[in-house]
Design a binder for this molecule. Sequence first.
Ligand code: FAD
Length: 513
Amino acid sequence: MVTVGLAIDFMEILRLGIDGQLSVDPSDVETASLDFGLLTRGQPLAVLHPVSAQDIARVVKAAYGSNQGMTVSARGHGHSINGQAQTTNGVVIQMSGWKGGNKPPRPHVWAEERYVDVWGGELWIDVLKSTLEYGLAPKSWTDYLYLSVGGTLSNAGISGQAFNHGPQISNVYELDVVTGKGEVLTCSEDENTELFHAVLGGLGQFGIITRARISLEPAPNMVRWIRVLYSNFSAFTSDQEHLISLHAEPSNQKFDYVEGFVIVAEGLINNWRSSLFSPQNPVKISTLFPTSGVLYCLEIAKNYHESTAQTIDQEVEFLLKKLNFISTSVFTTDLLYVDFLDRVHMAEMKLRSKGLWEVPHPWLNLFIPSSKIAEFDKGVFKGILGNKTSGPILIYPMNKNKWDHRSSVVTPDEGLFYLVALLRSALDSGEETQSLEYLNNQNRQILRYCDEAGIKVKRYLPHYTTQQEWMDHFGNKWDRFYEMKMEFDPRHILASGQRIFTPTFPSLSNMPS
Ligand code: FAD
């Protein structure tokens, strides 16, 4: 087989006895070259559709032993922004979806033990569907469920439940991992502990997650979903912080989900995260806009079961009474738990139908120490952004004590920190403020502002191009991160699309970059 760049003997890989499929089909290769961000393009030589950890181990072992140089990148659903799951001159292991007759293992629910074992490429929507058959569900989510278990556990996995249950990486008991040497290791709090903590939030650097054991709880079947508005930022954040401080209270005395978003002028009202501001909830939002031009929306939800439906009104009323939102701005809806969790998919379908999903996404996700969030508001929401947003801006606080400091993920040095997610889409509409260049510049301006104002942000779903920037990102976690890399992926084969380490094959040093 002739390939561009390095010659890899695919026939040799095929002789390894793979049960899945190794593909050089141009459409497979094209898919694996791209991601949701549509900002960068990889050049994989082939795509493996594995059906077991052994399939992956065989390919990684071959790559590890190869003198010619071959990288291996796991790709979940390819929902990264900056090419994190891509590779050039290597093999992409397509963990989600499958091809051909054989399939990876289906989720196995251990109902009594309250956990589920899932394949690393399983999408969270399918984890949910499998566990609901037993009346159970995972505790901690992402806002969008068409993401893979391995992909979110390599980052953190956060949503409005994180204040209460921690991120998804705080809700995992055990993993099977194929390391960069091709070993298949089980790891947990008690076994291969260092690998376990390194892999969680580890940006795919230490191994490919093939199985995760995820903690479950009894699933509610309904959700009361509420949005209230604020014109005053400090009232908004005080209420958010109050609500997340209730995490240790009994479940009937706290919300199950706390998020929020920023409404810069009226842009967001028509945007994909705002389906609650529907004709059933007719309120003239424009009448609420303060002179600053910025409104804040607190988004909260309370789970319930039909059997507890009679107390939900009372519980919600009690919690809302303590908040200081604009009293005429309460938007409420009751919906099935599964529909609540799957809400962003509904928005996806709408955007797809308008051709607005497959566009470049220069997203910027920041963790901001709570002591600096007011300054960030002044400088960014009321400053740099102007009155154009091009997409939702999420903002919600989390409790650091729900994050295990031994994981690889980095968060600010304060007990409370906020996620600010600027989830913007670039459009070729001719309007300058919607262009990719404009949004990229604005992202750089925001980061520069934080730097100059001494706001010590940490990037979530980070992306850097030099190792020095990565060292600064990891701070005092860098030495450990590096040590773990040398132990579990010494030739830097895995997840090279993150651009943290350069593969160390001798022949690669002669490669044109
Ligand atoms: P990919 O993009 O395929 O991979 C991401 C990284 O993980 C790559 O480095 C890859 O090599 C590595 N990787 C993938 N699979 C494995 C594996 N099995 N083992 C080891 N490494 C692996 N994130 C949140 O936390 N909360 C949200 O609410 C949220 N909402 C989102 C909504 C949308 C519409 C999108 C596009 C993204 C959202 N994200 C959210 C971000 C998302 O969690 C990350 O982009 C995540 O990486 C996507 O998962 P994926 O399966 O597509 O991973």
